[in-house]
Design a protein. Sequence first.
Length: 215
Amino acid sequence: MESGFVELSFVKLTTDQAIARAVSLAASGTRHLVGITGEPGAGKSTLSARIRGVLGDRAAVVPMDGFHLAQTRLEELGRADRKGAPDTFDAWGFVALARRLAEAAEPITYAPEYRRDLHNGVAGAIAVPRDVPLVIVEGNYLLVDEEPWNLLPGLLTETWFIDVDEDVRMQRLVSRHEQFGKPHDAAVAWAGGPDERNATLIRSTRSRADAVVRV
């Protein structure tokens, strides 16, 4: 392996160790995709942002949330009341983008970004130039053993599962829902309802991760 890069087997990492691992991957001389997964509110975006802050232009963050089906489409399908479940995403589109990012054959690969204020994704919002060595692919269902999600591990160099105290996770989740317009009671109900059903599925995928990051 180049530049001392060593493949992981299942290990536990602290946040600092995970960041050091990301720096090592970025220095390895080739494109690597690191998947960061975990339950809603676990801190996926926070860890991704910290890594990006350390690596700067040598890293890009591509969240799965950009592949939410449009709000109007969810309403047509009768799925708006459980937005965030696996079948409320363009999963095949997400896999196709991950494949393009792994191949790094294009000068720039563009990814969508989810805008919570719009309740929709915005196409072409994230630019990933070909020479960016580390792409962090962030999302809930990276390790789900159902098609097409089960195609993702073959495209990712490794996948990390974030482990966090349950009380902290729920507090973050409720606060996030409140921040984007839900009254407190509605925020608590959503966190304990649709979000928790999704979290149960995500927890069942933990053993498939290459590493668990304790935050």
